[in-house]
Ligand binder design. Structure first.
Ligand SMILES: Nc1nc2c(ncn2[C@@H]2O[C@H](COP(=O)(O)OP(=O)(O)OP(=O)(O)O)[C@@H](O)[C@H]2O)c(=O)[nH]1
Ligand SMILES: [Mg+2]
Length: 211
């Protein structure tokens, strides 16, 4: 059994990624993606998601309607082997004590960590989030999300971002096992939406299956 922790700064897309994965499991698309196989949802818990009425200044700037207070959680089972895996997605607002508690808890119980980084915000700010996480394995996965929001040369941007992420984590003696480039939302006017939505499912299966 693998416990995945999706960690990252506010609004990186952790909850969206988790919801999208559940959708793949429920609709059956999970068998169609690369490395896909039949899996079943055992349990979902999104009760840690709270609406932010008005929100604080930051939430308004982000046009954010909900944020994660307590970690969201999904348990699913590989039909063939019967193995179950859990994915946890705590909130990113580490300045709130209760959210921070969730981040610390998940960073300790997760057997695999996925650092979720959004392409629509400054990297330095997002790196600060990880400086605060004390329990960290020496090998992690990185999910570069919101690919749809990159204007111009996507390949070039991704290379730049990967280099910076590598440098940041290597300084902390953490190496990146693999990068996944994703879109965590069903964006209508993004032509490659399906390919990058699929990446979310491929990422989770790639990390959990055949261990
Ligand atoms: N354009 C675009 N928007 C995205 C993508 N993924 C998530 N979003 C949007 O980003 C916003 C934040 O998403 P969440 O999933 O709540 O982010 P989070 O990391 O769980 O946020 P916290 O738990 O509060 O830290 C929402 O408005 C999502 O619709 C993406 O790939 N592309
Ligand atoms: Mg969230």
């Amino acid at each position: 059994m693998v416990n995945i922790g999706l960690l990252g700064d506010i609004s990186a897309g952790k909850t969206s990624i988790l919801r999208l994965f559940v959708k793949y499991l429920k609709v059956g698309d999970i068998e169609q993606v690369k490395g896909g196989q039949k899996c079943t949802v055992v349990k979902t818990d999104f009760s840690g998601e709270a609406t932010v009425p008005g929100g604080d200044k930051e939430d308004r700037l982000n046009q954010k309607e909900t944020k994660t207070i307590h970690p969201n959680r999904v348990v699913f089972r590989e039909d063939k082997s019967g193995r179950a895996h859990t994915i946890f997605a705590p909130g990113g607002d580490r300045k709130r004590a209760v959210v921070k508690m969730g981040i610390i808890t998940i960073s300790r119980i997760a057997t695999q960590i996925v650092a979720v980084i959004s392409l629509d915000r400054e990297l330095e700010r997002q790196f600060e989030f990880f400086n605060d996480v004390r329990f960290f394995p020496d090998k992690i996965y990185v999910c570069i999300n919101k690919i749809d929001l990159v204007e111009g040369d996507k390949e070039k941007k991704i290379e730049e971002v990967k280099n910076k992420i590598d440098t940041f984590f290597n300084q902390r003696k953490i190496s990146v096992i693999e990068y996944f480039i994703t879109c965590g939302e069903t964006i209508k006017d993004f032509p490659e939406v399906e390919e990058y939505n699929n990446r979310v499912a491929e990422m989770i299966l790639g990390i959990t299956i055949s261990r």
